[in-house]
Ligand binder design. Structure first.
Ligand code: MG
Length: 215
């Protein structure tokens, strides 16, 4: 059976929530105004994230990309890519952030990543303009809908927050940390906790040994 690995980016591949750090740094006023509304559910991600980002002057976007390049990745990520390659498992990165930022940080690994799905920033106007080809429901990037494109594959998901819940519901095997792990525990949904990609590689190594037909 074909296996596909879907991973969130912020707080999952990166150690920190880089997207919210950048929004607070480059759009402090809009973040102060809108982030609490996002957290309380008054505003959806689909409306709230562009509302914050579109207050950022386009000329500052290169600075954001430079800041992004300084963010650290979660330990074991390069070795995890080796593992996926050995097992011919494609990696699809599903992020509610911006493609330009995700790719800036993952540039050294770009050829080893099958696909990056996120929103886009246009910089032709004085302020950023955000668009997403995969918006759906309340989400700027409808992660579950992208996963469904892969049909009957064995779907493995890796995530860290509430924005990964729809992804987790679509997956056959879920690796979770932080808020996502807490939420899945509350829902009694089976998941594997991780803090580094070494743990995920190790778990999958023995998972495929126990289930050779899935490898
Ligand atoms: Mg995240």
């Amino acid at each position: 059976m074909k296996t596909v690995l879907f991973s969130d980016f912020d707080g999952t591949i990166t150690e920190q929530e880089t997207f919210s750090l950048l929004m607070r740094e480059f759009a402090p006023e809009a973040s102060r105004r809108i982030v609490p509304r996002l957290l309380s559910g008054e505003t959806t991600l689909r409306e709230g994230v562009p509302a914050i980002l579109e207050t950022i002057p386009s000329e500052r976007f290169p600075e954001m990309i430079d800041r992004m390049r300084t963010m650290s990745l979660r330990p074991g990520f390069p070795e995890f890519l080796d593992f996926l390659e050995r097992h011919a498992i494609p990696l699809v990165v599903l992020s509610g952030s911006l493609v330009e930022l995700v790719i800036a940080r993952l540039a050294p690994y770009r050829t080893r990543i099958a696909r990056v799905v996120a929103a886009h920033a246009d910089t032709d106007a004085p302020f950023l303009r955000i668009r997403s080809e995969t918006a759906g429901g309340d989400e700027l990037v409808h992660k579950a809908a992208v996963m469904r494109e892969y049909g009957e594959a064995l779907k493995i998901a890796v995530g860290d927050s509430v924005t990964d819940l729809t992804m987790a519901r679509e997956a056959d095997l879920i690796f979770a940390r932080s808020i996502l792990a807490e939420r899945l525990s509350k829902e009694n949904r089976p998941h594997v906790r991780y803090e580094t990609f070494f743990e995920i590689s190790n778990y999958l190594e023995s998972f495929f040994k126990r289930n050779p037909s899935l490898d």
